[in-house]
Design a protein around this ligand. Sequence first.
Ligand code: DQA
Length: 146
Amino acid sequence: LRVLVLHGPNLNLLGSREPEIYGSQTLADINAALMLEAEQAGVELSCLQSNAEHELIEAVQQARGHYQFIVINPAAYTHTSVALRDAFQAVQIPFIEVHLSNVHAREPFRQHSYLSDIAEGVICGLGSMGYEFALQFAIKHLRSPT
Ligand code: DQA
């Protein structure tokens, strides 16, 4: 069982980026916690961060046949990227959309997502725990899809 975790633009700055909104954990902290959770469950996990839309799209395209589930924080591309949506629709890999902050309590432009309606689920506002819950779901889902 293989799960892919994708982090979108500016998430490489976690820890120092607006900590009152995004928390004080770094991306490395978050990935390390996820790797541990996956290891304990006997699931293979890969984590990738990119500031480039095309790299995220390529990662989704290449996930076909290699990963059974994707957890993604698309960051700002959530609100802009038809291309990322099209990639998910093309590969048909189930995914969860995660946001650290509660996007619904912020600027209006963060309240629309190009991905939410085709996601298995959406988690926002729970900080880094959101990723952990998403991974827990993925593990359960992969073990018994129904
Ligand atoms: C975010 C929310 C987005 O609106 C924003 O552009 C981000 C991070 C979050 O995790 O809360 O970069 O996805």
